[in-house]
Every structure is written in C-alpha cells, then in structure tokens.
Design a protein around this ligand. Structure first.
Ligand code: HEC
Length: 271
C-alpha cells in the first residue's frame, strides 16, 4: 500500500519535472521567433519595475510623459489615460495643481450645450489625453496608410513589451542591410516583424530638453518613455507585486505552522 502511494508520488514528481523542463525550453526558443526575416534577440534592459521589489521612479515617469507629449503624441493617442491619473499615488507624482496646468494646455470638444452645439473648452483633470487625429482614417491618411497604435495598453499587447518597444526605438538602421529592398516610405528596424516599419525614427539626440540633468540620448528617452507607457498600461503593477510578495510570505509561514500542528495532533498515534 505504502510503496504504491510512493510510486504514484514519484511518477507525479517526474512528470512535473519533465513538463517544467519542456516549458523552460519552449520559452527559451519561442522568444525571438516573431520576426519573419533573421530574428534579432530583443535587448534585455534592467527596469526599475522588474522583479518582486520593482517600483516606478516618479522622476523617470515625468520625463517619459515629457517625451510622449513632445514627440509620440503627435501621432499616437493614449485614450484610456486621464490627466488626473498623473497625480495618483504610484505614478509620475505630479501635484494636482501641475495636472490642472498640464490639462489646460489642450483644447477639448465638449457639449452639446443648450443650443445643441458642440463647443471647445480648456482641458480639465478629468479629461482623457487628447488624441492627435480625429479618427483612424485621418491617422492613416497622415501616416502613409499605417495606423499608429494607441499607447494605453500597448506594452501589455506585445510579448515582452517593455524590452520590445525599447528595442524598436533604438533599433533603426540608416541603411538597410545589403540586399534588402525597402518599400516606399518604410524604414529598416531590427525588431519590427518583417523589419520594415512605416514609423520614421521618432527619437534623436537632444530632441527633448530635460531639466533634471538626465542624459539627452536616444537610449535614455527610450527608457523613460517605455517606463511611462508601462505605468500607463498597468498603474497598479507595484501594488500587485507587493500583494504577491505578502501572500507568498504568508503561505510559507502558514505551511510551517500546519506542519507543526500536524506533528502535534498525531503525536501519540501509532503510524
Ligand atoms: C510621425 C508619426 C509618429 C510619431 C511621432 C511616433 N510614431 Fe510610433 N508609429 C507610427 C506609425 C505610423 C506606426 C505604425 C507602423 C507600421 O505599422 O508600420 C507606429 C508604430 C509604433 C509602435 C508599434 C509597433 C508594433 O509592434 O506594432 C510603437 C511601439 C511606437 N510606434 C512607439 C512610438 C514611440 C514610443 C514614439 C515616441 C517616442 C512614437 N512611436 C512616435 C507613427 C509615429
């Protein structure tokens, strides 16, 4: 009886180990397979929000917002983010006053008023980020037929999103590799599927003026804007990690308690 149970457990353990190894191998090989040409492995940046103790850096999120606002927002919308989110705990840490000023830089369409007409007014903290184009067709018409995707959850919509977008922003080549013919209006990028992307390289050295002394390089802009996009896609990421850690610690302590309870309860029973 005992040995049969033991065998079952051994069998289960072997099965688990085998499937774990299979999963690790699959994950290892599946990563760079998305590009159609020769795949280039994604960069692996170290992010402040990595790991179980990961956090967002408010100064970095503020710089990322600046890059988004001054560069990317000319083409990419961010419809699910509201100005007031910029002042919420765990985010870029703007004050309520600063958020009012940031929102008022935009004109939004509101209405209808009593006469049934739509009207323009200054942006307010409860407004969503203002989109650069009236609709998708207008966006395509201005971008050689390609649609700049909305940023709200883009980091989560791409596998390994933060590293992928960082790679995309820093992975342009001035000239395509020998023998590659670029289509009209396309740019060569190491990480975009098929390597031909309709977005011109959006970042260049010193394109955005930082006031906190951070380096004004393409890599730094890319890191900052990707951090900002990651926060926008998952503003509760830090809370989720903290909760996960607490639950894990609780379960470990609880498992220990149960073990000693069981020993205590069965202390005088022959087995
Ligand atoms: C002049 C317009 C323009 C600007 C400015 C711009 N983009 Fe784009 N972006 C596009 C277009 C167009 C596409 C779609 C490209 C395609 O499908 O070939 C795109 C696509 C993307 C994608 C999606 C790639 C994918 O996997 O589908 C990301 C990420 C991106 N842009 C990031 C940025 C960031 C970050 C900035 C600011 C630093 C920025 N873009 C600035 C026009 C722009």
């Amino acid at each position: 009886m005992k040995s049969r149970a033991l065998n079952t457990i051994r069998g289960l353990a072997a099965g688990l180990a085998a499937s774990a190894i299979a999963a690790v191998l699959a994950a290892g090989f599946a990563g760079p397979a998305q590009a159609s040409g020769e795949a280039v492995a994604l960069p692996s940046e170290s992010w402040t929000f990595d790991g179980p103790f990961g956090k967002f850096d408010p100064a970095q999120l503020q710089r990322g917002y600046q890059v988004y606002k001054e560069v990317c927002a000319n083409c990419h919308s961010m419809k699910l983010v509201k100005f007031r989110n910029l002042a919420e705990p765990g985010g870029p840490g703007f004050t309520e006053e600063q958020v009012k000023v940031l929102a008022a830089e935009y004109q939004v369409t509101d209405g209808p008023n009593e006469d049934g007409d739509m009207f323009e007014r200054d942006g307010k903290p409860f407004d969503s980020f203002v989109s650069p184009f009236a609709n998708d067709n207008a966006a395509r018409a201005s971008n050689n037929g390609a649609l700049p995707p909305d940023f709200s959850v883009l980091v989560k919509a791409r596998p390994n999103g933060a590293n992928y977008i960082y790679g995309l922003l820093t992975g342009y080549h001035e000239e395509p590799p020998h023998g590659v013919e670029l289509r009209e209006g396309m740019y060569y990028n190491d990480y975009f599927a098929g390597h031909q992307i309709a977005m011109a390289p959006p970042l260049s050295e010193e394109a955005v003026d930082y006031t906190d002394g951070s380096p004004m390089t393409v890599e730094q802009y890319a890191r900052d804007v990707v951090s900002f996009m990651t926060w926008a896609a998952e503003p509760k990421l830090v809370e989720r990690k903290r909760m996960g850690l607490q639950v894990t610690i609780f379960l470990i302590v609880f498992a220990g308690l149960m073990y000693f309870t069981k020993k205590q309860v069965w202390r005088n029973v022959e087995h």
